[in-house]
Write a protein that binds this ligand. Structure first.
Ligand SMILES: [Zn+2]
Length: 249
């Protein structure tokens, strides 16, 4: 069956002498990994459409649960070339790409998030206040993948607090912690950082222009989000390998 959609190239791994396995974030199927025949040949029909971050109209062929469908078409809509050329930009965007691959299962549609990624990439390319794009995308990625941190109050009693515990994915107040949990890994957050986060969590993209937090608050939030995402992906990997190990028995 032929699937037509739009996609953003997340990464591309060489396979054999001239082939590649390419991960796309697509508007209709979420994250999709496809086999691309010959993109590394000089006269490849894909041209430069498989460069990382390229937004293209694409098609792939495969039965419903084929492990690796085959890419049949990729025509560039917008190359995002500037993002690849500026090293600092590319590093930051690579981080978003890695998080997306780590948190979203394959073939699970997330059209809203796809649209946000496109807008975020465009903002990062053009706006000196690009941090808003990174922050917004990360928060929405966590929200739509079901891993959104809870900062509005303690996970157990609802009272406000400032210690975010990674194990709980939430703020937990001191009186709700039992003795064994006091040493669990956590990060302390300022009221300012919590307030910026709550705005991003509730706002739509169109309201983002009103967000002008200090650099200190941005760094504080980013650090917490990055650690939380890292913790979530590691936990997920451990859970999956645990399940696989048990299935093999
Ligand atoms: Zn509590």
């Amino acid at each position: 069956m032929l699937h037509r959609t739009e996609g953003i190239v997340l990464n591309s791994l060489p396979y054999g002498e001239a082939d590649a396995i390419v991960s796309f974030f697509t508007s209709d199927y979420g994250v999709v990994r496809v086999f691309a025949k010959g993109p590394r040949k000089t006269k490849s029909r894909f041209g430069s459409a498989l460069e990382p971050l390229t937004h293209s109209r694409m098609a792939f062929w495969g039965r419903e649960h084929t492990t690796l469908p085959r890419l049949t078409q990729a025509d560039i809509i917008y190359p995002h070339q500037k993002l690849r050329e500026e090293f600092g930009c590319f590093l930051r965007v690579s981080e978003i790409v890695e998080m997306t691959l780590g948190l979203l299962p394959e073939m699970a549609p997330h059209r809203e998030l796809f649209d946000i990624m496109l807008k975020a990439l465009r903002l990062i390319e053009t706006d000196r206040l690009a941090y808003r794009g990174y922050l917004f995308y990360k928060v929405k990625l966590l929200s739509l993948s079901g891993f959104l941190p809870r900062l509005s109050g303690c996970a157990r009693c609802g009272r406000s607090g400032s210690s975010f515990y990674f194990q709980d994915g939430s703020i937990v107040c001191r009186s709700c912690l039992d003795g064994n949990e006091v040493g669990n890994s956590r990060v302390e957050l300022s009221l300012g950082a919590i307030s910026v986060y709550e705005k991003i969590r509730l706002w739509r993209w169109e309201m983002l222009g009103r967000l002008v937090p200090s650099q200190r608050l941005v760094q504080e939030l980013e650090r917490m989000l990055n650690l939380h995402i890292r913790f979530t992906i590691d936990k997920d990997i451990k859970t999956n390998s645990f399940i696989i190990a048990h299935q093999r028995r």
